[in-house]
Unconditional design. Structure first.
Lengths: 257, 245
């Protein structure tokens, strides 16, 4: 398939398309992207500061602490899920238009980035509301997010290709996302984790992203070196394996969707 | 004369299940592999189409016409044999594949033109031309779901020809448009031919094929029954039909 087109223009159009389809029939529009994390923030704060009554690190406002965990987690679950089902969901496109197949899962992940940006804006607004200040370490925010998005793109490429052949894949991803909520320090701090379990968290890129966000936004320091290294490795490995898997499987998409 | 499309001993089979497999089906297949579950859509198909020639594909439903077009477009890979296609291909295989009902006509034009490989500048330059050709200017900012199927075809055809392809592949799309649009399409295809472009047209309408195409290819159950000048192929096809009755 020889497609010589304008990738930038194509991605722009596909992302706009998703955005329009999603929001055109909603009266509240993009507010929906804000309501979910806000509700979760309030509920988790109520449970862990009201109901359970645990006393943690009081220097950091708990709602802000929770939200800085929710935003990376929300992006991961939404992008991984949409990415996984993207090839099957866009069957008409894949079967009828000779556009490079890699475009489909990557565009799916990039479409979720629109919500991600809205949620990041919310997070930053609430950070400033709680009296935090903008610092030089904020320059790390785009770096970390680009690495994080690349990591998720790799996962989406691999999983979307496998999902064409084995349709259960999406349910595995669904369960995985559910379990992940507990394995990422969203409503608890990394410091309270027992030593023997800490390596488990060091190899989890979503946890690394959450901790990096807290370094930058709540502790006013650049992300720890180990976290940056972790994200770089995660992005490279995930993209490498994802692209290879996709390339191997894509030639028979037509027959299987 | 250079060769636009070259098929050599092309074979293509599809698995019988619709492709939708869960893990348990995969495991079953792994434990008990079976080769019976394959349907041969094309068997040993060879032909050459020179640049500037038009080929008409004829044959009953399920004879492999669409599969041939899909392979030529590069959407599917052949199981055996080889395929060479020289030039920029635009395929009109199904009405508005890639169109979304919730987007307006104008938005659908841009998305599809981008999918077909047009750049931003090309789309901006050709946008008015596309709208004019479709003849539905007053509805262009309405969502596609409010369009009649004829209007959707008009839009799809307008975008497909705006790509300025070297090779145009068309799968039975004229049925839905009205008389005026039909005439417009026929004219457009004639102008393509005059410009030395290659056309492959799959149709059940023998008149359309003899009117347009110098060459014909008759397929039946994946095999080439006849290949040559369009009129001869159509005559052979009709001969077989009357014989069968």
């Amino acid at each position: 398939m020889s497609w010589r087109g304008d990738y930038f223009y194509l991605f722009e159009n596909l992302i706009l398309k998703d955005f329009r389809i999603r929001y055109r029939n909603m009266s509240l529009g993009i507010l929906w992207s804000l309501i979910n994390p806000l509700v979760m923030m309030v509920v988790l704060t109520f449970v862990f500061r009201g109901v359970v009554g645990e006393q943690g690190n009081s220097r950091v406002p708990f709602p802000l602490f929770v939200l800085s965990g929710l935003v990376p987690y929300n992006f991961f679950t939404a992008a991984f899920m949409t990415g996984t089902t993207s090839i099957v969901d866009n069957a008409a496109l894949v079967k009828r238009v000779p556009v490079p197949r890699e475009v489909v899962p990557v565009a799916a992940v990039l479409s979720i980035c629109v919500h991600m940006l809205i949620q990041i804006a919310l997070l930053i607004a609430i950070t400033l509301l709680f009296g935090m200040h903008v610092g030089a370490q904020w320059a790390w925010l785009p770096v970390m997010w680009v690495l994080y998005v690349a990591f998720v793109c790799g996962l989406a490429l691999g999983a979307s290709a496998i999902n064409v052949y084995i349709r259960d894949t999406r349910y595995v991803v669904e369960s995985f996302n559910l379990v992940l909520f507990w394995l990422v320090p969203i409503f608890y701090s990394f410091n309270i984790i027992q030593k023997k379990y800490q390596p488990l968290y060091n190899f989890n890129p979503v946890a690394a992203m959450v901790m990096a966000m807290r370094n930058i936004l709540l502790e006013n320091i650049p992300p720890a070196h180990s976290l940056v290294v972790n994200m770089v490795i995660a992005a490279c490995v995930s993209l490498g394996i994802g692209i290879l898997t996709f390339r191997r499987l894509k030639s028979h998409f037509f027959e299987h969707i | 004369m250079s060769c636009a499309i070259h098929f050599e001993h092309v074979t293509k089979a599809f698995p019988h299940h619709s492709g939708q497999m869960l893990l348990r089906d995969r495991l079953r297949l792994l434990l008990r592999p079976s080769s019976r579950n394959r349907f041969e859509a094309l068997k040993d198909v060879s032909f050459d189409l020179a640049t500037g020639e038009s080929l008409g594909l004829i044959g009953p439903n399920g004879s492999g016409k669409s599969t041939l077009l899909n392979l030529a477009t590069g959407l599917a890979q052949p199981d055996g044999g080889s395929i060479r296609v020289n030039g920029k291909v635009s395929a009109l295989l199904e009405l508005g594949a890639g169109f979304h009902p919730d987007l307006t006509g104008a938005e659908n034009i841009r998305v599809n033109a981008a999918l077909m490989g047009l750049t931003r500048r090309q789309v901006n330059q050709r946008f008015d031309e596309i709208v004019a050709f479709s003849g539905i200017r007053e509805f262009i900012n309405e969502p596609l779901r409010t369009y009649s199927s004829g209007m959707a075809v008009r839009l799809a055809f307008s975008v497909a020809v705006s790509v300025d392809p070297d090779i145009l592949l068309i799968d039975e799309v004229f049925g839905v448009g009205d008389e005026a649009f039909y005439t417009q399409c026929v004219e457009k295809m004639h102008s393509f031919q005059r410009a030395g472009k290659t056309i492959v047209l799959a149709s059940h309408n023998p008149l359309l094929i003899t009117k347009f195409c110098q060459r014909g290819l008759w397929l039946d159950r994946g095999r080439v029954m006849a290949s040559g000048p369009a009129q001869e192929v159509i005559d052979a096809y009709h001969g077989a039909l009357t014989e069968a009755h």
